[in-house]
Design a binder for this molecule. Structure first.
Ligand code: SF4
Length: 356
């Protein structure tokens, strides 16, 4: 076994965090943890993992839940396509595969939302298959160890790092090495101020030797994000508000939102909202209006400016489609994070809306 691999495995055995998905070899639970932890820190992901495994303890329970139930539980984690893919894959396993979870890397790759990384992770951790698992932590550790200063956003650079990870894989105990190097990246070889004095492989590290820890890994800047202005009109009657479900082909598919008036600018006045539609619906008698000014919300490739205009009406307009929701149902209806934030702000405000 390579010195680097054995040092990392020894370190991992002593220093690993006690996390629930490390105490199971159930591929379903490992899959859940991997999907939840993509783009999410362990501290935040842990409570979601516990909720999911309690409410959906197996594939069948997840497959037979409604999409709204799954999205409701996912609220706050963002990147909702992960939850939708998880649900679709569970249905596929429960139906087409007759409940039999795929038992190797190739079978796992056939599931919706599972790419090379997740398939390798489940195959390695649940079935001890000798597959290198390369996530952001591994990219950071290996690029520093081997002094790779090229742009890690480039696929060919990631391929190079993956090839090194494969060379380091100790056959038969690669699952320990994979978990160890990921843990090393999370706890010691952190993005800022790595704790090199606690690192089990400092003697091998080029970035340490050449004092390049602050420069490696190098990530080029992302190209300009798409700028969008989402102006929301929230109709309220009594303690009910009107929400509707987003369709596919855009962000936030399947989540609920107030009436969306997307434009090339952020609306500033009530009249902007009320006059925005060519065929203006008849809202009837307006009791009060209020605006929450635009807030910036960043997604990977988009910069959103989101605002909310609340219009309280005397009665529900008959011509506007959507779902009238009240009380605690508002909180449990799956929504984009930014909409939840704006509604919470209203709840604490002067409108006495029944939001939490
Ligand atoms: Fe990371 Fe420092 Fe260890 Fe190098 S010595 S791998 S920079 S923690």
């Amino acid at each position: 076994m390579h010195d680097i691999s054995s040092s990392i495995i020894q370190w991992f055995k002593i220093n690993k965090r006690d996390l629930p998905w490390r105490q199971t070899s159930d591929p379903y639970c490992i899959w859940l943890s991997e999907v939840i932890l993509q783009q999410t820190r362990v501290i935040q992901g842990l409570s979601y993992y516990l909720k999911f495994t309690e409410i959906f303890p197996n594939v069948e329970k997840l497959a037979t839940a409604s999409e709204d139930q799954v999205l409701e539980l996912w609220q706050g984690l963002g990147y909702y396509s992960r939850a939708r893919n998880l649900h679709a894959a569970a249905k596929f396993i429960n139906g087409d595969l007759k409940g039999k979870f795929p038992q190797n890397y190739d079978g796992l790759l056939k599931l919706k939302g599972i790419g090379d990384y997740t398939a390798s992770a489940i195959a390695s951790f649940a079935f001890h298959e000798d597959k290198a698992v390369v996530d952001g932590n591994v990219i950071r550790v290996i690029s520093r160890l081997y002094g790779i200063g090229e742009d890690v956003r480039q696929p060919k650079v990631v391929q190079k790092i993956k090839a090194i990870a494969e060379e380091l894989l100790p056959q038969g105990s690669s699952y320990l090495f994979n978990q160890g190097i990921m843990e090393l990246g999370a706890l010691v070889c952190t993005p800022q101020n790595p704790k090199c004095n606690q690192c089990p492989v400092v003697a091998h590290c080029q970035a340490f030797k050449l004092d390049l820890k602050g420069k490696i890994p190098f990530k080029s800047k992302l190209k300009n994000k798409r700028l969008r202005f989402l102006n929301y009109l929230l109709l309220k009657v009594g303690d009910e508000i009107l929400l509707s479900k987003r369709g596919g082909g855009d962000i936030w598919e399947g989540l609920y939102e107030p009436i969306l008036l997307e434009d090339e600018r952020a609306y500033q006045h009530i009249d902007d909202f009320l006059n925005a539609k060519a065929n203006k619906p008849d809202l009837g008698k307006i009791i009060s209006t209020s605006i929450i000014p635009s807030k910036k919300h960043l997604l990977t490739h988009q910069e959103l400016w989101v605002n909310l205009c609340v219009v309280e009406l005397e009665s529900k307009p008959a011509t506007i489609p959507g779902l009238w929701v009240s009380g605690s149902k508002i909180e449990s209806t799956p929504k984009p994070i930014i909409i939840s934030k704006l509604l919470s702000e209203l709840g604490a405000g002067q409108l006495h809306l029944a939001f939490k």
